[in-house]
Write a protein that binds this ligand. Sequence first.
Ligand SMILES: Cc1ncc(COP(=O)(O)O)c(C=O)c1O
Ligand SMILES: Nc1c(O)cccc1C(=O)C[C@H](N)C(=O)O
Length: 400
Amino acid sequence: MSDAMLTDLQARAARLDAEDPLGKHRERFTLPDGVVYLDGNSLGALPAGVPGAVADVVGRQWGELLIRSWDESGWWTAPERIGDRIAPLVGAAPGQVTVGDSTSVNLFKALVGAARLAAPGRTRMLVDATTFPTDGYIAASAARMTGLELVPVDPSEAAGAMDEGTAVVLLNHVDYRTGRLHDLPALTAAAHAAGALIVWDLCHSAGALPVGLDAHAVDLAVGCTYKYLNGGPGAPAYLYVAERHQDAFDSPLPGWNSHAEPFAMTPQYTPARGAARARVGTPDILSMLALESALDAWEGVDVEAVRAKSLALTDFFLDCVAAYVPPGLVEVVTPQAHAERGSQVSLRTADARAVMTELISRGIVGDYRAPDVLRFGFTPLYVGFADAERAARTLGHIFG
Ligand SMILES: Cc1ncc(COP(=O)(O)O)c(C=O)c1O
Ligand SMILES: Nc1c(O)cccc1C(=O)C[C@H](N)C(=O)O
């Protein structure tokens, strides 16, 4: 790389950071000095208010109020209350998102629930063949339990595979390995045209780009909260059941928390109305209230602005990689087209594991996915353009 190129990219980074309306939100997070954190697509950073909020939940709510906190501290209503805070981030009106359990468990509820909502006589469940593994494993079990045939399809061929035999379709909004964004409006419309229901996994899109669940008439969706929503390790996931399906939604895990009158303790199961029907058992309050505090980082933030910065960041990172990394050493796996790009950049390279280990030792934290992909996640609330430039420059130095 020439000195002129270096100066030009660093000057561009400085200008873009100075003009960035989201730059000030980095103060809402606690990040170690000297580290460029590009792994928020796996585990989001720590929001500054979370340690104090958790200390209060443990010390006062649990330690002093004890059992009274189920009412007085709002523990009992947390799954729907926090669901309503996630709802605007995924384009859902209130009353449709329930927080709790893991993504895997919510996938199970969503897929079996969708199969039970499907029109009679339909025999197939389509699943993204390139999916993050848990979705495929859970779909296989859900299909077996509901008597459906599981059909893995590449998302690029999914629309063509949907027909009058399709009961349920499960797709990822953004591919975890490549960062490819799939066309949620078009694929949802295609599923509906075929008379099928569609379930979307939003793990890699919620908090990174607009989703529009209600606007696009999605049936069901799941997502985790420990990536772009910064809820912390093992933070509870969420399940969206569109309002029009709620009365008929028949959960395969009808625990007592989803009962219409949990404290009546009756032997007969009567499901709750609305979002609470997606609950199972006692909510994981410590994690859930850490998540609630983490969501304060979104105060006054417009997801469209997050998307604009995310695209600018990934564009700029790609420019820096092209300038700093000698030709032929990395292949860009993430699509160039904005309409097909999530909020990460994946680079294929030989010896990716060793390259990522070296990057991390130099303060650039991304991750590696087998067999040969370097992943760099761009989280616009706390990553800036100088970070992107430094990451690409360090990568260039490693390739020497
Ligand atoms: C697309 C996708 N689905 C599901 C999961 C994880 O599911 P769980 O929260 O149950 O571990 C991940 C990441 O871990 C993911 O990337
Ligand atoms: N959930 C994770 C975990 O508990 C440990 C390590 C990584 C994760 C992840 O979230 C991985 C992530 N879904 C991925 O995109 O690869």
